[in-house]
Design a protein around this ligand. Sequence first.
Ligand code: 13P
Ligand code: SF4
Length: 366
Amino acid sequence: MGIYEFTIDHFLSLDDAQCEERIVAAKAKLGKRLVILGHHYQREEVFKHADYSGDSLKLSRQAAQQGAEYIVFCGVHFMAEVADILSAPEQKAILPDLAAGCSMADMANLKKVEQAWRELSAVQAADEYITPMTYINSAADLKAFCGAHGGIVCTSSNARRVLEWAFTQREKVLFFPDQHLGRNTGFAMGIPLEQMVVWDFDKPNGGLSEEQIKNAKIILWDGFCSVHQQFLPEQIEQFRATYPNGKAISHPECSFEVCQKSDEVGSTEYIIKAIKASPPGTRWLVGTEINLVNRLAQESQVEGKFVHYMAPIVCMCSTMYRIDPAHLLWVLENLIEGRVVNQIEVLPNVAKPARLALEQMLAVSS
Ligand code: 13P
Ligand code: SF4
């Protein structure tokens, strides 16, 4: 085969059925040298090839435990970075499409966080009073910032335990980038809404007065997930009006109002487990990404349960969707040829403190 046969353009001309057959063959050829990790939001044609699936916490544990030479991450950029940081130096983390980012993660960057830290320090010595805590949906340099300042990383499934740990260290928390996960978790712990202020990263001092900063327990970054913010409390009210015995379950990236109206709130893995554990006949309204909800609806139907989607429109994570069978096949067949394409490598000076913050999270949530 010529070199063109290994370019992405060539693979993009293949249909899903052709890709499917060749992915299965490539996986068999690479054997134990390869492990494929797949987030729950992956489309079915890709998800079915994952050796391990899970939420961000489960997948970061898998990334740390896998001995394979190649970790192909069917997810988004920050997940592949975590895989690189937590795996051994000889292992290679690969993201099939480099354009698979996370728009929420992009709402915080090191320059803005450092600026916030300086401005907060002018009010109260930040390194003495504030624990920086980043959601795993963030770039590696923000995890490194947390590691370097006595802070920590959290995921949607361990946010409460991590936040509790953060308050054992210092009296306040700067939480980025998702204000909703921070607010929902803080409120569940008993922190009143008035003590959780939003830091507008485009305004001097986050748009807050000195008094507001001093009185705050959690300073929430003004970030959000554009997929989860489409779910609204009215959608739950409408569902309840039609199905009074139905149950609503939402991801903690949804707004405070949606989470307050939901019967249960949890990570993608939590949502799956809750629906699986419910008895036949249960009817669920689910507020999270469409690919996962469709899969749950299909699987639940066989078990005599009903799964409804919370929004009347399709809320899809368009960046997760960038990982398609063609890109997956492209990276696998190149690996067979000894070419590593789309490797995600975090610089050692960033990886070291980021690893510290991630390991702290794994220790707290074990
Ligand atoms: P989970 O860790 O719950 O899978 O969430 C990841 C994510 O990006 C949700 O939008
Ligand atoms: Fe990021 Fe939202 Fe997509 Fe999750 S669903 S990866 S938070 S954009």
